[in-house]
Design a protein around this ligand. Structure first.
Ligand code: FAD
Length: 429
């Protein structure tokens, strides 16, 4: 990926890397020889003010807002694989903010509203598509639950509404309202929810971090956390020792592993969550539909594939792979609500390791190790939260507190102040 402009002798990066129609036209006239790499490939320095472990969306967004909002730019983002190669590049890209509890609505709505202008902010097309999200109510219990959520959202300033079955059919004509087991009784509709291109979110943030002079270091695994007198002093990596004043652990399914290196335990379970896509077909569905009772959700990608997700594996594991029984289970569940998918060939399946907390809410927190912060527990639904999470986490790391992260501290598990989102987040994304 390349951007245009002059090259900075120190970083090898373009110093004027604005993408624009003018830049494309100019490059067309010079055989595209002026594009520069979109992000650098630096060797780690011996010391940084801040080290972020994990170049998924949350780690990169944290670094970006540290630089943009707080002027902290001597930052390294260290990634054992490749940019966005964890859950950020494996998810089904659903964005919504219709959660029940106030702290959740605040951070998810902050994220959703940042997504609205993210392409302009990052000067990178993240393909945010606010096509609308319906969460189907297929039992009386769900009808009551979603009506309650719609009321809560109204108080929180999040625009959602409970709609009847006829409106569901109008929005999504391929749906079968009178399924044999679970007829559609209505749905929770968020018109400004939708999808975005997941890799582009990681790439857009990485490019901006690199442009601010931060080091995005790929293929570099953190193997230890070093501390002195109860305070973090650096990390050991496969590319050598790196010192830092502050450390942010943002590694999703590997949070327990990193926490152990830093000397504390987390109330987190790591499990695989799987998804699959069908062969591409003509446009037939321009909203996102989630059917939480039967454990499935579906949208159509720009390429025409039906993007389908299901529930998590029923056991802890670190296997980033799909399995046949999961395809069968998910498709069997969805087929009564979407009979047309019985005629589709499935093309690909995959898995990602998600980090689940008991109350299905994230952890954005200081830790028992001074100077070390953790951002994890987004479980099956953290893609939608990336900009809001990065914003709050950066504020927490730079200033020691953030209104967005206040309720999500680790101490809530000790004090019993759970933020119960199991209905909003149990299977849904
Ligand atoms: C199949 C599937 C579908 C999903 N669907 C949705 C959805 O529709 N909507 C939604 O909102 N969310 C969804 N999610 C959840 C969402 O993808 C995650 O919550 C989110 O991407 C987490 O981002 P992250 O940056 O925290 O983690 P990741 O993107 O996983 O990034 C963590 C990074 O840390 C790196 N790392 C780990 N250990 C080390 C180490 N020791 N040293 C250096 N680097 C390390 C990993 O390689 C990884 O790149 C889905 C997840 C999956 C798996």
């Amino acid at each position: 990926m390349r951007a245009t402009g002059a090259t900075c002798p120190e970083t090898g990066m373009g110093t004027m890397s604005r993408y624009s129609a003018f830049a494309i036209a100019r490059e067309a006239f010079r055989d595209h020889t002026g594009w520069r790499r979109a992000w650098g490939n630096p060797e780690p320095k011996r010391r940084y003010d801040v080290v972020i472990v994990g170049a998924g969306g949350h780690g990169l967004a944290t670094a970006y807002y540290l630089g943009k909002n707080h002027g902290v730019r001597n930052v390294a983002i260290i990634e054992k694989g490749w940019l966005g190669g964890g859950n950020t590049g494996r998810n089904t890209t659903i964005i919504r903010s219709n959660y029940l509890q106030d702290p959740s609505a605040a951070i998810y709505e902050k994220a959703r509203s940042l997504y609205e202008g993210l392409s302009q902010d990052l000067n990178y097309n993240v393909m945010f598509s606010p096509r609308g999200v319906i969460m189907l109510a297929q039992t009386e219990h769900e009808v009551r639950g979603y009506k309650r959520t719609a009321q809560a959202n109204a108080l929180q300033g999040v625009k959602t509404e409970f709609i009847g079955p006829e409106r569901v059919k109008e929005l999504c004509p391929i749906i079968e309202l009178k399924g044999p087991r679970y007829p559609v009784l209505g749905g929770l509709w968020q018109a400004r929810g939708g999808t975005a291109r997941h890799d582009a979110v990681a790439w857009g943030y990485a490019r901006k971090c690199s442009e601010m002079g931060m080091d995005v270091i790929q293929q570099c695994e953190v193997t230890g956390v070093r501390s002195k007198d109860g305070r973090v002093v650096g990390v050991s990596t496969t590319k050598g020792e790196i010192d830092c004043d502050k450390l942010g652990i943002v590694v999703a399914g590997h949070s327990g592993v990193l926490a152990e290196m830093a000397g504390f335990r987390l109330p987190i379970e790591s499990v695989a969550l799987q998804a699959l896509v069908s062969e591409p077909i003509k446009p037939c569905m321009d909203v996102v539909v989630m059917a939480n009772t039967v454990h499935g959700y579906m949208s159509q990608s720009d390429k025409g594939e039906m993007v389908i997700g299901g529930g998590t594996d029923g056991f802890n594991n670190y296997t980033q792979r799909g399995s046949f029984h999961h395809i069968e289970e998910t498709v069997r569940a969805l087929v009564e609500t979407f009979p047309m998918i019985s005629r589709l060939k499935m093309l690909r399946q995959w898995g990602g390791i998600v980090d689940m907390t008991g109350d299905r809410s994230p952890i954005l927190s200081k830790t028992p190790l001074e100077g070390c912060f953790i951002n994890c527990g987004w479980g099956t639904g953290g893609f939608k939260a990336i900009p809001g999470s990065g914003w709050g986490m950066a504020e927490l790391m730079a200033t020691g507190a953030s209104p967005l992260t206040q309720a999500f501290g680790l101490e809530r598990f000790r004090e019993g102040r759970f933020i119960d989102e199991s209905v909003a987040a149990g299977v849904a994304h």
